[in-house]
Design a protein around this ligand. Structure first.
Ligand SMILES: NC(=O)c1ccc[n+]([C@@H]2O[C@H](COP(=O)([O-])OP(=O)(O)OC[C@H]3O[C@@H](n4cnc5c(N)ncnc54)[C@H](O)[C@@H]3O)[C@@H](O)[C@H]2O)c1
Length: 393
């Protein structure tokens, strides 16, 4: 029987094992020790070739308490901000995770790259397109790895969307509808850094909108955006009677709310593709619809998830013709197997740093994602369509 099983094992699809070179330890620091830093440190702790050596937060004592909570000892944390930590050459940092709120993404990334350190930067890339271009200029000058934190891409179901498009099964793509949202889901469980303009800069548009754009743009090879007609609003976030503020006893959050809680846009992309986009942290609807990709040979429906976290919400369906009959093919959900998406995000980043290979989620792609977010915000402000102009890096 054992022999039979091992013979059959030869047909298993995934026979690969990854060998991690533990001789070269990566010296890692964490900038910003808030909510998402928890996921980063947990994943770094799972890597056998990482030494976490430093951490910085603007709030005195926060970084120290963070490492204590995670049982990581010997980490230097006596820095008033990221710049002081990056200036400490005794750390000999190889890489940093930047887990600050959006408004602090660009300056932290630029400073780290200028210090010759590889960067894992949380999503969204930045708040404005100009900031993203500045970060990329620093990346280019440094020759270091810059990867943007889009872990949903590492889900096999998301990768299947790209495989389907690339297989030609859908023919020529001409129309995409993407986006999603929550009925009541403005993210304030840990305070107001997601909703204040001075920390977040953009709301649902950047927070979950960037995922929704990446889901489809990555699948179709990130064509350049050409024009955008955008809209954004903030009817729920600015209302002290918003149910979640009332439920959590924080009606004062309404006055602090300085971003969008809903956005929509019509986007023209190079290659004659149009993209219809909508995203919501709060709305009077369960979902603004599934993601659909229409092509000349087939159409793909990607079910939305309830909380919209940038993943595939159920079995996808391809609507196509087989021998002249209209057929619907269901693509079963691929169950999660192996490391978590965050472990994959950190591992692929470390591998790129160690092997000198391209960033797993390269800035050159996410630049177009950022250009769309930026153009939606601009177009919404002036109330008409804008042309997307992307400065040279
Ligand atoms: N990939 C994901 O699944 C995911 C999930 C949640 C949040 N995020 C992203 O992570 C980022 C952080 O979100 P969060 O919820 O952890 O925010 P948070 O407010 O809980 O934490 C951010 C921390 O960064 C610190 N900080 C800001 N500027 C700093 C600087 N210059 N130097 C040192 N520390 C600094 C703040 O004091 C704060 O403690 C956001 O951009 C968000 O979009 C990603």
């Amino acid at each position: 029987m054992a022999n039979e099983a091992s013979v059959l094992d030869a047909f298993k699809e995934n026979q690969e094992t990854t060998v991690i070179d533990t001789n070269k330890k990566m010296r890692v620091g964490i900038i910003g020790t808030g909510w998402i830093a928890d996921a980063h440190i947990k994943s770094y702790k799972n890597q056998p070739d990482v030494e976490i050596v430093a951490g910085a937060d603007l709030i005195p004592g926060k970084a120290e308490a963070f490492f204590k909570k995670h049982g990581v000892e010997g980490v230097k944390t006596n820095y008033k901000d990221h710049a002081e930590m990056l200036a400490d050459k005794s750390l000999a940092l190889d890489a940093v995770s930047i887990c600050t709120y959006n408004r602090q993404h660009a300056n932290c990334a630029i400073d780290a790259l200028n210090a010759g350190i590889h960067v894992m930067l949380e999503k969204p890339f930045t708040v404005t397109l100009d900031e993203a271009v500045e970060v990329m200029r620093a990346e280019k000058k440094s020759g270091k790895v810059l990867s943007i934190g889009f872990q949903p891409r590492l889900d096999e179901n998301m990768q299947m969307i790209k495989k389907i498009v690339e297989s030609g099964e859908l023919g020529q793509i001409y129309y995409i509808q993407t986006g999603g949202g929550r009925r009541r889901g403005i993210p304030t469980p840990f305070g107001t850094t997601f909703i204040e303009d001075k920390t977040a800069g953009l709301g649902a548009l950047a927070d979950i909108g960037c995922y929704s754009l990446d889901m489809v743009l990555n699948a179709i090879g990130y064509p350049k955006p050409l024009t955008v007609s955008g809209y954004k609003s903030a009817f729920f976030g600015t209302d002290p009677k918003y149910s979640n503020y009332v439920a959590t006893g924080h009606p004062e959050y309404a006055a602090l709310f300085g971003v969008d809680d809903f956005a929509a846009a019509f986007i023209r992309l190079e290659g004659g593709i149009v993209l219809d986009f909508r995203i919501a942290w709060a709305m009077n609807m369960d979902t603004p619809g599934d993601t659909i990709i229409l092509g000349t040979k087939g159409g793909l429906r990607i079910p939305s998830t309830e909380c919209w976290n940038g993943s595939v919400g159920g079995p996808m369906k391809i609507y196509h013709e087989v021998a002249g009959s209209q057929v619907v093919t269901e693509i079963p959900i691929i169950p999660m197997n192996g490391p978590s998406l965050f472990d994959r995000k950190i591992r692929t980043f470390l591998d790129a740093c160690k092997n000198g290979t391209p960033a797993p989620v390269p800035s050159s792609q996410i630049l177009y994602n950022q250009a769309i977010l930026d153009a939606i915000a601009k177009s919404a402000t002036i109330g008409k369509e804008v042309e997307v102009e992307i400065p040279e890096v």
